[in-house]
Design a protein around this ligand. Structure first.
Ligand code: M6R
Length: 616
């Protein structure tokens, strides 16, 4: 969602903040702004649109102070225009905010009654009013923030600046992530307060993650942490092994393309900690403190997945894998539904949350609910130390490296590889996996990175076909069994990147409604590997073709029947059913990428979307 960068140190705050915001722009980008102290006064510059507009505005501006805050906005309250852009300034206070203030109507009414002049449509500005009101009484920024924190309800992270105290920043979090960066050189003191470590990675790898309802106070050369009641906290410093070059395009036109091409490596990195490459066996590599996976997996009676978007589709594949390999019942829940439907979580359930960012608000809420009800939570995330990762009992990491493109690609394939590992671990722990099957599954899994390489060769094919594919008015994506979620994922990729109408369906559902949509302007994209369901899928396609639908099919090897009925036929290398989805999704990612790019859309930052959805 919104991106936050606060800085206090010897460097030029303008450069640090703007460079940091560039790294966060993928999170939200309809307006941006900075507030930096200059000659003892707040100099605030904001611009509607992409960060470039702000960069142009600040280009010739000088700032001689050493403290500032910046923000990229993804609108929640109020239209995306300059007057609603952050930072918001009231009196001597300015602040940036990510999240939602739920009781804003109440606060607004009270402020108006007191004579406050509200100059934006945002909930964020109201918090600046509240802090300024306190500050005028007590002349203490930390105290003012602590008082206000008790009055606001919602999910928010906020960084505040007071122009009268130009060596001070106060920030607090109750929801969206907020991380404090400390100088790499421990002799020096410079501080960053960011919504994502990527904004400060070029300067440091030493970070302190704030928990909910925690306040950080940075003043002069000292940093202190408090809970909401004002008690001092001792916080742990995490030293990350991510480097700044991980957030560069490295010569690719888009982050998404780079991430697509990283998939062979990221899938290999995801499974490496769990595979013994000498014996071709799966290992239990517990990364949870109190979680013994072998023991837990032996006794679980149910698995419940919670996730959103692409991560939810990955979870659906997890259901096929775990039910078929382990014979353990599995539920899959969209996290935003789970948290509000008063779910029944039976004893001995293992709740598995899947989230690339580890920050998705609904998934985090689902995890908390599951824990409240006594379930053990295993989190699958890409970002270690993210909120979900920190709250889970056990952890598996996608190990994909930073994913910047809003459309998730490498995190999805890494998750599918991890879910393969997990299904084998559960089955092994329960004594239902024969050594022969284990070896076969593992050997197959180890071939997947090179198989993805083969599929990436379709890149050229799709870049050539993209113009031709633009002519279709809609796309139906079909799959069966474990490839049904791949159809859903393919449709999501096309919708979010190319803004074209696309629906994913289980192929067997065609006769129950979607067949009515078919005419010559409809493309049918089908994932139809050579498995026991192939004949059924082919007959579904015959029905669609007879009604004028144009078929784009993805099959295994040289499948003449499929090829003959298709406008385009893509041949995947042969693979087990368990891993076929990992390679089958790659052409769908490429197709969406090239279609969007050929239409001139911003592939890395599709309209209306943000990479990490930290509010409901
Ligand atoms: O970070 P998460 O995996 O929790 O994110 C969940 C969804 O917001 C995400 O997968 C979204 O659907 C992607 N933009 C899809 O490409």
């Amino acid at each position: 969602m919104c991106g936050i960068v606060g800085y206090l140190g010897e460097k030029n705050p303008k450069t640090v903040i703007i460079d940091g915001l560039k790294k966060l722009e993928y999170r939200g980008y309809d307006s941006a702004g900075v507030a930096i102290i200059h000659n003892g006064k707040t100099k605030r510059i904001r611009a509607q649109g992409k960060l470039k507009a702000l960069e142009e505005k600040v280009l010739n501006e000088d700032f001689n102070g050493h403290v500032g805050i910046g923000h990229t906005r993804w609108a929640t309250h109020g239209a995306p225009n300059e007057r609603n852009a952050h930072p918001h300034q009231v009196g001597e206070v300015s602040l940036v905010h990510n999240g939602i203030i739920e009781n804003y109507l109440e606060i607004k009414a009270e402020l108006i009654k007191e004579g406050a002049v509200i100059s934006s449509d945002t909930d964020s500005e109201l918090v600046a009013h509240l802090i300024w009101k306190e500050l005028q009484k007590n002349q203490n920024l930390l105290l003012s923030v602590q008082i206000v924190l008790k009055k606001i309800i919602g999910a928010f992270s906020i960084v505040a600046l007071w122009e009268k105290s130009p060596n001070e920043l106060v920030a607090f979090k109750d929801g969206p992530p907020l991380i404090v960066g400390l100088s790499k050189d421990t002799e020096k003191s410079e501080f960053f307060v960011v919504s994502d470590v990527q904004a400060a990675l070029v300067h440091t790898n030493r970070f302190v993650y704030l928990n909910d309802r925690e306040v950080v106070h940075i003043k002069d050369k000292a940093v202190n942490y408090y809970n909401a009641d004002g008690a001092t906290l001792k916080k742990e410093i995490t030293v990350l092994n991510w480097t700044a070059d991980m957030v560069e395009k490295m010569g690719y036109r888009h982050f998404m393309l780079k991430e697509l091409y990283e998939q062979p490596r990221s899938v290999a990195a995801a499974i490496a900690p769990y595979i013994d490459t000498d014996t071709h066996a799966v290992k239990f590599n517990d990364q949870g403190k109190s979680f013994n996976s072998e023991t837990i997996f032996k006794s679980i009676e149910r698995v419940i997945f919670v996730a959103c978007g692409t991560s939810f589709y990955a979870s659906m594949i997890g259901k096929y894998l775990i039910e078929q390999i382990c014979r353990v019942p599995v539920d899959t829940d969209i996290a935003s539904e789970f948290r509000y439907r008063r779910p029944v979580i039976p004893k001995n359930s293992l709740v598995i949350s899947v989230s690339q960012s580890g920050e998705t608000a609904d998934t985090l809420a689902a995890v908390r609910l599951a824990k409240e009800q006594g379930a053990q939570v295993l989190s699958i995330t890409n970002v270690a130390q993210s909120s979900i990762d920190r709250e889970a009992d056990a952890h598996m990491y996608m190990n994909s490296g930073v994913e910047i493109g809003v459309a998730s690609t490498k995190a999805f394939t890494s998750t599918l590889a991890l879910l393969n590992v997990l299904a084998l671990q559960i089955s092994k722990a329960r004594g239902s996996l024969s050594p022969v099957s284990e070896k076969e599954y593992v050997q197959n899994l180890l071939t997947i990175p090179s198989q993805i390489e083969v599929v990436l060769a379709y890149d050229k094919y799709f870049s050539e076909a993209a113009k031709e594919l633009q002519k279709y008015k809609g796309f139906l994506y079909l799959g069966r069994g474990v490839n049904y979620p791949i159809a859903l994922e393919g449709a999501l990729k096309l919708k979010e990147l190319a803004y074209m109408h696309a629906e994913g369906y289980a192929a067997g559902e065609m006769k129950h409604g979607p067949l009515a949509l078919i005419d010559e302007s409809m493309a049918i994209v089908v994932v139809a590997p050579s498995d026991e369901l192939l004949d059924k899928t082919v007959s579904n396609l015959q029905e669609a073709k007879a009604r004028g639908g144009k078929i784009i099919s993805i099959g295994t090897g040289e499948n003449k029947a499929l090829k003959d009925m298709s406008e385009y036929y893509l041949s995947l290398p042969g693979s087990l059913w368990t891993t076929n989805p990992i390679i089958a999704v790659v052409p769908l990612q490429l197709m969406a990428y090239h279609l969007a790019d050929s239409l001139g859309y911003d592939v890395d930052q599709p309209r209306n979307l943000a990479k990490s959805v930290t509010v409901e």
